[in-house]
Design a protein. Structure first.
Lengths: 208, 208
DNA sequence: GCAATTTTTTAGTGCTTGATAAATATCCCA
DNA sequence: TGGGATATTTATCAAGCACTAAAAAATTGC
């Protein structure tokens, strides 16, 4: 059983698979899953349809490969949650970073995961994207639960909602400043939630 | 120049235009603009395509008629903003009402205006919906500006973002309770904004 | 050089899309 | 009774969709 491309027989592939994934990611991000046709993809890649299917099986499988590629290149919430620092600050910086990311590119506005399959006709592409978004929320929830199990659910829910909102409005052309301001203001809720409902025994461990 | 259907000549229409708009609204709400084909519409209405086009000109025009119909049946922000009552309370109750509306129907989840044209292929339908959403935000902003011109923009922006978030998550099946909790928590931001940035001269008029 | 393997090119498949031309049916009014 | 107006039915239309069968081309190992 041989793997990789080393020493396998047959006609060599005429295009770079990884470059194709990157180009596909850009197109899906710009126009959404249904907004990119197979003709769009093959034309942009300079290949014919059968070459595409030989390499990726289907449009949906191609998209899901892109999703995985994207997920492993996105900074997780861990990087924002620092022991001893307030939770509200971590949430604020996380959402601000998202607001910047969502609006910094000229064409690929918003979140690829949240936008590409919004109102998507393909159920498999939709559920794959929803699963990634949910995994991200659960990851944030579990991290928050270490210091504030009572607030981990409501905070991660609120953040999920704001991410959808920021993404949608970024796609409508809102400026980075405007989105960042909304992100900052929404984090005020987290500060209030933390202060209003103090934990029973403050003998916990990590963040405030 | 005759109007309405009173006393105009010609073969009478075989279906009720208003019932068609209502049925179309339900379908567009459930499946989005691109998710409802003309065949879907004409089959559901029990008519043939030319009858549809004779009455509504095009799919996009039909949809825009539905949008107008929907907008004039949606409670505006005025009903929530009461003189002498805190702004944060008005925002909270407004968002809670939206959270309930977005999740109460079994199939037509989320906001028709925000969801039906999300990633929509038809630019005219998209811009019509975006205009209605923006008009709503501007209306809220102008009402808020009467008492707090310094906060009218950031608050209405935050609310716009939360509406998108609540709508998207309602569409994913989140329960009413969960959405209402997120709405309530997001309103804590508004309370904080109002308290943190007191107006210079409190000699204003309406809400706090 | 030959067989095996893989990808390429070429030319389609069947299906769905929004929208329509032409002929027919049904109404009002004179 | 007939003309004008409007809506109906029937039968399409061209374009786009994701996808593929078949054969030719390019590589490897022998």
């Amino acid at each position: 059983m041989r793997d990789k491309e080393s020493g396998r027989s047959g006609r060599p592939r005429s295009f770079d698979v990884d470059a194709a994934l990157e180009l596909g990611q850009r197109l899906f991000h710009e126009r959404g899953y249904d907004g990119v046709s197979l003709a769009d993809l093959t034309h942009a890649l300079g290949i014919a349809a059968p070459s595409f299917y030989a390499a990726f099986d289907s449009k949906a499988a191609f998209f899901q490969k892109i999703l995985g590629r994207h997920a492993s290149a996105t900074p997780p919430f861990d990087e924002f949650l620092i022991e001893g620092h307030p939770i509200a600050t971590a949430i604020e910086q996380f959402l601000v970073a998202r607001a910047v990311t969502y609006s910094e590119q000229a064409l690929a506005k918003g979140c690829l995961v949240l936008e590409a399959t919004h109102n998507c006709s393909d159920p498999s592409a939709l559920s794959a994207a929803e699963q990634i978004a949910e995994d991200g929320r659960l990851h944030m929830r579990d991290l928050l639960a270490k210091s504030r199990p009572d607030l981990s659910e409501p905070i991660s829910d609120l953040v999920a909602s704001m991410m959808h909102g920021l993404s949608a409005l970024a796609r409508q052309g809102w400026s980075t400043d405007r989105l960042v301001a909304a992100a900052r203001n929404s984090a005020l809720s987290v500060r209030a939630m933390v202060e209003n409902a103090k934990p029973g025994a403050p003998g916990g461990s990590a963040a405030t």
